[in-house]
Design a protein. Structure first.
Length: 318
């Protein structure tokens, strides 16, 4: 009995020392998307600031493919020492495991939350030629013509896609969902009038709304946000319709808590830097600093929320 106790005692004594020296070599942040994407840009901003804070190089490695499956596979194979992290967006973290049969991971079972970064609300828009003035008009029309009112989203299983599903569930309205192969194609469709309503993160939509090419129907934040003044909140029309995309840094399961605390503190400190906050705003995102326990509770709630939406929608994994 003494040897296990001694081993545990030595481990407990060693952990603070690990944290005090971490990092003493290069740190990798994996990103499940291509260079130039929003997750990639945010990861590089974080890497730059962590490099400065830690005086150790932090690099970004792009691991696109499989809606996060490739990046998660690489993370699971890495040692749980804090030197390999992953920056996941919401869909990759919590909807991919439900939407795709090849996704053999569970974000809570296989990772530790190191630091939450930022969030972006969704926005419902329509073309200037449609009769819709507010989101309530769309819901009313869908109730009168079930499955006839089309709502577009950038990709299947994305947060925008599931936000539209959630609206239908909350409002007992049936929409016809059309998921495209990406944001560019989808936005072209709504601007041209090929689809009447579209939902996506705010970043690609705000310039088109300001330029008069699209009309904003509602934004799915829980409060009015800077830069979105005057746009109605979706929850005021459809109670409970609050949805956000988000970006969070995860580490392999079993990474020492003191190391995770060091990552969390450094990321949260970077979120107080105005140049970083301004860059996030350029990407349509807002800072979301949390402690590790808060972050873990947030991820659990988001996982349960989207799993329920997917289940209630009857969406089957591909």
């Amino acid at each position: 009995m003494k040897r296990p106790f001694l081993a545990l005692t030595l481990l407990a004594l060693a952990l603070p020392a690990v944290a005090s020296t971490y990092p003493d070599k290069m740190v990798r942040i994996l990103v499940p998307s291509i260079a130039g994407s929003a997750p990639d840009i945010i990861a590089r901003q974080v890497a730059e600031r962590l490099t400065s804070a830690w005086k150790q190089q932090v690099i970004v490695e792009n691991k696109p493919g499989g809606n996060g499956i490739v990046a998660m596979s690489a993370l699971k194979q890495a040692p749980a020492d804090g030197y390999t992290l992953v920056l996941f967006h919401a869909a990759a973290a919590v909807t991919t495991p439900v939407m795709y049969k090849e996704a053999k991971f569970d974000i809570q079972r296989d990772t530790e939350v190191a630091a939450t970064l930022a969030y972006t609300p969704m926005m419902f828009v329509t073309g200037p030629a449609t009769p819709y003035k507010i989101l309530g008009d769309v819901i009313k029309d869908a109730r009168a013509r079930p499955d006839d009112v089309v709502i577009g989203s950038p990709t299947r299983g994305s947060v925008p896609h599931l936000t539209a599903e959630m609206m239908g569930q909350l409002q007992k309205a049936k929409f016809r969902q059309v998921s495209f192969s990406g944001t560019t194609q989808a936005i072209q469709a709504v601007v041209k009038g090929d689809i009447p309503v579209y939902v996506d993160g705010i970043a690609p939509l705000v310039p088109l709304v300001r330029g008069g090419r699209l009309k904003a129907l509602a934004v799915t934040s829980d409060v009015n946000l800077p830069g979105l003044e005057g746009i109605p909140l979706a929850k005021d029309v459809a109670p409970g319709l609050v949805a956000k995309g988000w970006f969070t840094i995860f580490a392999p399961k079993g990474t020492p808590a003191p190391v995770l605390d060091r990552v969390n503190a450094a990321v949260n400190q970077s979120l107080t830097q105005q140049p970083f906050v301004d860059r996030l705003k350029d990407l349509g995102t807002y800072p979301m600093p949390m402690s590790r326990p808060e972050g873990a509770r947030f991820i659990e709630a988001e996982k349960l929320r989207w799993e329920k939406v997917i289940s209630d929608a009857g969406v089957k994994p591909e």
